[in-house]
Design a protein around this ligand. Sequence first.
Ligand code: SF4
Length: 260
Amino acid sequence: MNAIAASPVRWYKRPRPTTAPSGFSARLDEALELLREASRHSPCVFAHSLSAEDMVIFHLIVEHHFPIQSFALDTGKLPEATLDLWSRAETIYSTRIERVSPAEASVDALVAMSADSALYESKSVRLRCCELRKTEPLRAVLAGKQAWVTGLRRAQSVGRATMNASEFDHGFQLYKFSPLINWTDEDVWYFTDKYKIPYNVLYGKGYASIGCNPCTRPIRESEPARAGRWWWEQTDPNAIKSECGIHVSAHPSSTSKEVQ
Ligand code: SF4
């Protein structure tokens, strides 16, 4: 056995900052201002994925009484740990997170194409699965709304590094706000620990980004945060760009504009 093979795998460990990261207070103020601005575009909804950043936003919405309704996409493929967090969060905050599910006909269509196994071999099947389980239900819930809030952060991936804090989302035809756009990993976990915000237990098992069960894996300490999402499609682990389609369609950089 050589030295490399004998080395134990060092899995991702989430940060545990005990003091406020430099510049944190300004980034918190910015997040609150963006939520305030989003609220002015009524009705405004929050697309809650139960991620650590989304739990921070949910905490801010509830604690500051922003008139923003939260919903989450129940794709039918979420890990048990995510479903458990969903119900814990509703209990702790006494606030409902509306459940948005794919249409029965869409699920039947995916079963007919054996999408669960075929998505690893065919990117078009994988994208179709994301379209039917995520994008279509999202489109339905966003219809008639004036704005939506997301937990996107520029630090999450190369593909997200140029996203705007606020813009008109041409894909879904409403304003889009990302209050934590400038937050670092340390910011998210500092705030989470400080206010004892509940989070997914998978963060303690090597997961840095958590989506559907078949398309999420833990990452090594050296990998980028989103390397565990659709990992079989990644050719360059340092330039992770895969998305489910929701934020790709929402970010036509050539046409996006800042919210006035
Ligand atoms: S992340 Fe995977 S399981 Fe979830 S909708 Fe997309 S392809 Fe389907």
